[in-house]
Design a protein around this ligand. Structure first.
Ligand code: HEM
Length: 518
């Protein structure tokens, strides 16, 4: 080595060290508040504790304790995670889909679970798919879906009525398979023109079995471990973990159905639904999607479009069962309304609207999301945070690669914002003056909630979700009465927010009888 090259090497080394120190100094996360390191497991950080608790139990507790921005120790020595509930910062992140993306290392898991459709896509590919499908969910199109939705809701109600009658007027049953069958029927009909026969078709049954296996698998240690390993060593997505394999299983089952639907669509492209729009795009050169992209979007919409609404609906029925006065008030409103439930008439039911908003506040099916910063950035903060070194920050610097968890439900049930009864199901708060905190204290999103996320990647199906949710709920409470059982129902996060009874996911037992007035 010559003297010149040796000097260059030393300079380069010194520059790299100086840059590292400077960057470390710029990391606000170093002094961010959060649960203390001593309480974290040396290998699993705070993540395993949070995973083992009820859905978002720990995030909610920590958010109340440390404020709307805190850090937790990550598993397997990964750098600390920021947990974020500050409205301004969350809005900033969701608005910038270029610089805040879903974790790149998890894309293989998403692809394995629901294929490479809209949930998986990023950048231009996402924009193209989103542009193509956004008008399927426009209000004019939803009006046309009204008859199908009403028919599915009535089939649901008739099934429960027959079941109750065949048991002498009252039956105790797990409501989850029924809510799931109904919302699957709806997405099958309005999305793809395909009849899944209220959970009775072989495809619907195979899908239900696979989903049950998947969500139960999602609560095991393997399901915690696999993503933690993938985050640290992204290239090992082919590891033979059961959790990963089972997630592939649901994609295989829906994939089989998707190919059948695709073939039917190819035979008959007359209907105007998700499928026909995807198929029609194929003929537009340079704009359309490939056959595999279409099939993956059928999988994506089948998955995203039914277990979400189903889960929130099932929890709502449990809340109504536990609160007979709320259930009666809702029933009275629906009966008084009398007329057909359509896209134009459901908004007139104010109490129904309050019940649905409260359900999405407390029981959103997707209670949290994750983003990764693609470049160094500064997050604006609505609420200044006090750092461990005593400094007060009104903005927060994040480094490229920073993992950020955004727990929607913790934000929506934070007692510091919503008051002491924040976690309680109280639809009245939405119709009582001053019952909901002022808009400037709440997030930017549908009804000042983040249940449907926000920004260019918010839930594309939220109008359909709200419409079907209201129609099904109104149809059921009009004819049936729901009461709780002795079962202890807890919650877990496993793909979606799950109800757990005796360690098993997807169980909400309810006592159902014919409503006494009818
Ligand atoms: C109560 C019901 C629903 C809830 C709570 C819900 C919630 C959400 C949330 C929070 C996201 C953002 C996820 C993230 O970025 O991490 C999302 C995205 C999405 N949702 Fe929904 N959803 C519901 C119903 C539906 C329905 C009925 C459909 C379709 C028929 C649907 C289709 C989608 C799709 C395709 C995306 C991805 C959008 C994109 O990345 O651009 N969802 N949903």
């Amino acid at each position: 080595m010559t003297i010149v090259s040796g000097a260059c090497f030393i300079l380069l080394f010194a520059w790299a060290v100086a840059r590292f120190i400077l960057k470390r100094k710029q990391e606000d996360i170093r002094h961010a508040p959060g649960p203390c390191s001593e309480s974290a497991s040396w290998i699993w950080g705070h993540e395993l504790e949070a995973f083992r608790g009820q859905a978002l139990e720990y995030y909610s507790k920590w958010m109340f304790q440390f404020g709307p921005l805190f850090k937790i120790k990550a598993a397997l020595f990964h750098s600390d995670i920021i947990v974020l509930g500050d409205h301004a910062a969350v809005q900033h992140i969701f608005a910038d889909t270029t610089n805040y993306v879903k974790a790149p290392s998890f894309r293989p898991i998403v692809a394995n679970l629901v294929g490479k459709g809209m949930i998986w896509a990023e950048g231009e590919e996402h924009t193209q798919q989103r542009r193509l499908l956004s008008h399927v969910f426009a209000p004019e199109r939803l009006k046309d879906m009204g008859d199908d939705i009403l028919e599915c809701a009535e089939k649901f109600q008739n099934t429960l009525t027959s079941l109750a009658l065949s048991h002498g007027g009252t039956v105790t049953t797990n409501i989850v398979p029924f809510t799931s069958a109904c919302t699957l029927d709806i997405i099958g009909r309005v999305g793809f023109g395909h009849d899944l026969k209220f959970g009775q078709s072989a495809e619907a049954q195979e899908l239900a079995t696979s989903w049950k296996r998947t969500v139960n698998e999602g609560m095991t240690f393997g399901a915690f471990l696999a993503p933690a390993i993938i985050r640290v060593v992204p290239f090992i997505t082919s590891l033979p973990f059961k959790a990963i394999q089972t997630q592939g299983d649901i994609s295989r089952v829906i994939g089989k159905l998707a190919r059948k639907i695709y073939k039917e669509g190819a035979d008959n492209g007359k209907q105007k639904n998700i499928l026909s729009i995807l198929m029609k795009s194929q003929s537009k050169s340079g704009y359309g999607l490939t056959e595999s992209q279409i099939i993956d979007n059928i999988i994506t919409f089948t998955f995203a479009g039914h277990e979400t609404t189903s889960g929130t609906l099932a929890f709502t029925l449990l809340e109504l069962a536990r609160r007979p006065e709320v259930q009666k008030k809702l029933r009275d409103e629906v009966i008084e309304h009398g007329g057909t439930l359509s896209y134009d008439t459901v908004p007139k039911l104010a109490y129904l609207d309050a019940v649905v908003k409260e359900s999405l506040r407390v029981h959103s099916a997707i209670p949290r999301t994750e983003r990764v910063a693609m470049k160094d950035d500064v997050l604006p903060l609505r609420t200044p945070i006090t750092m461990r070194d005593g400094k007060i920050l009104t903005s927060f610097r994040v480094r490229k690669g920073q993992v950020i968890h955004i727990p929607f439900t913790s934000m929506q049930t934070n007692p510091s914002v919503w008051g002491a009864d924040a976690a309680e199901f109280k639809p009245e708060r939405w119709i009582t003056p001053g019952g909901v905190p002022p808009t400037n204290e709440l997030p930017h999103g549908w009804s000042n909630l983040v249940a449907f996320c926000d920004g260019p990647r918010n839930c594309i199906g939220y109008r359909l979700a709200l419409f079907e949710f209201k129609v099904i709920l109104a149809t059921l409470v009009r004819a049936l009465e729901f009461r709780p059982t002795d079962a202890v129902v807890t919650t877990k996060l496993s793909l979606t927010w799950q109800a757990i009874v005796d360690g098993e996911a997807g169980i909400i037992p309810l006592q159902i009888s014919i409503a006494s007035y009818s």
